[in-house]
Structure formats: C-alpha cells, structure tokens
Design a protein around this ligand. Sequence first.
Ligand SMILES: Nc1ncnc2c1ncn2[C@@H]1O[C@H](COP(=O)(O)OP(=O)(O)OP(=O)(O)O)[C@@H](O)[C@H]1O
Length: 230
Amino acid sequence: MSLITLQDITKIFNRGRPDEFTALSKVDLEIESCRLAVFRGPSGSGKTTLLSVVGCMTKPTAGRVFVQGREVTSLSERFLTDIRRHTFGFIFQQFHLLRGISALENVILPAYPSGEKLSVLKKRGKRLLDLLELSPRATASVEWLSGGEAQRVAIARALINDPFIVIADEPTAHLDTKLSRDFMAIMERLKSEGKTILVTSHDPLIYESATVDRVLDMRDGRILSERQGT
Ligand SMILES: Nc1ncnc2c1ncn2[C@@H]1O[C@H](COP(=O)(O)OP(=O)(O)OP(=O)(O)O)[C@@H](O)[C@H]1O
C-alpha cells in the first residue's frame, strides 16, 4: 500500500475571480515509504502547492488524498492537524525559525501540542540536536547560528514528532556546495532509518544525488515525466 495517494488533484487559487489560477491540474501520484523523491520544474509549475497538498496543509479544489489508505480530503481541520503532526515534518526554504528563542526551544515547538512533559520534550530535542552534531549550539539564540546550523535546527524541528515523511521545499536554495551535500547526507541517513523524503529543488546537487530514488518533472501544474534515480 502506498503511504500517500493523490487521485486527480486539482488546485485552483482565487476561484471565480479575474486572477483565478490553476496551480495543479489533475495530478495522480503514489508515494511509497522509505524512498526519496525530488520534484523539479520551473518557478510557478506547482511544486510547492503539490507538496502542501501532500502534507495536508492545502486542501485541493478537486480530487482525493489518501494518507496510509485513509481518505483525508474531507476531514475537518481538527483531524487534519492531528494527522499532519504525526505524519509530516516540514523543512521550509527560509527555515522559519523563531527568533529570540534558542535552537532547542525551536526544535521542540511543534511538539508542545502533544501535552508531553517539557523535560521529556527537551530530552528528545537534545538527542536530535546531538544526532545533527549541534549540541554545542542548543542554547544559542537562533539569530546567532550560521546558515548550515540554522538548517540543521530546522531539520531537527521537522523530526521532533517522529514523522513518517519529511517534506523539504527548496532546502538548499541558500546553502553552498558543502552544506548542500551535508543536507543530502542527512536525508540519506533519514531514509535508511525508514523515513520517506519529498524534496522540491532546482539544484543538481540534490536531484543528481545517488540517494534520490525518483525525479518528477513538473510544468504547468502537472507531472510531465518521471525518472528513477541513478
Ligand atoms: N495562495 C495562493 N494564491 C494565489 N496563487 C497562488 C497561491 N499559492 C501559489 N499560487 C500560484 O500558483 C502557482 C504555483 O505556485 P508554486 O509555489 O506551487 O510553484 P513552484 O513550482 O513551487 O514555484 P517556485 O519554484 O517559484 O517555488 C504560482 O503561479 C503561484 O503564484
């Protein structure tokens, strides 16, 4: 069974208005577990919109989304929030870290709604920072971190709820070659630990990486072609 299935997904923004825009058009997609897929395509081709539909952040205008066989398209926001929290970890292009608080506090933020004790969350956050070789920076306020460190904090934060799927939108757009390779090495490790990784990227260092299983090319809100990784 696929981890995620998209059936005939269409997403129209500003429907019925003069600026109506079809960002996704009748997309079908199956995502299997423990694989790394890269979505690439020109700016505006619908990559981010597609991953936000997959990640249950955006409701499609038409079509159905299944998460582990369960149809989620018609669920209320309350149920979706719950599914989102346990299924997906998100790494955003600009990292979206909260300034003024420490790296560790940023990492554990998405776990607060779980109601677990703060001491338990801190322990889990510290372990993740340790795995990403960031322990010495745990108490540093995030504005003092380098770009690579900030990204690793964002990765740790994406993992705090132990999601099945990690979604990264243009993760290396602001990183140099070494940091981009480091990012892929971390993704490779996560994949070997059983995570499914979905990435949007224009960066050859990402889509030509040996750890990539699938490269999907998008244009005009459709998946045009797909090739299996090297
Ligand atoms: N909330 C929104 N309201 C209106 N239009 C939107 C909205 N979100 C996205 N769009 C439009 O949908 C199209 C697809 O956007 P999307 O961000 O998915 O593309 P993308 O392939 O990820 O592009 P990029 O590589 O530039 O990030 C764009 O033309 C964008 O302007």
